[in-house]
Design a protein. Sequence first.
Length: 180
Amino acid sequence: MKKLSCILIPLLALIVSCALVFSVSYFTSDLRKENIQKEHEYMMRLLLPGSENFVHEPYLGNDEAVLSVHKAENGFVVETMHEGYNGKIVMMVGVNNDGRVTGLVVRDMNETLSLGMNALYDHEFLSQFLNTSGDSKVGETVDAITGATVTSKTIQKCVSSAVAVVTGADTSSTATTWGG
């Protein structure tokens, strides 16, 4: 009987713990989704200053790098993804109706630590793309992150894809010409 209770008590404690974790996760999942949505909207307002309301727009083009398009009063926030040195790099890029980059942020990447990962916080590198029209070239008009040329060029591609959506530069691939 003692052997049975030595097994049952920890097993029962494990089952109760799992049930508790599952129920907390279940009942907070809506709150988590709401917080993610609020953070996403906040980020879009930062990337496209002066905009408050964003509407998700369907993207009809063939650029597989475009993940989502959000229209606002004075431009768009486009989420893009290109293959970097060590996996996909996901970015959000604000582009005004004139086709100028108003803000950009790297949302997800798995680049080499202390090299490509510097793109997450290297403001000097990222700011080179601000107020451009998607035609910046690493090595010509943009200085690459030292030791991370592939990552730098991938970010350049993400920015160019976003601007092309807004300016209609990819209309040959059936995208809608949205910008002004």
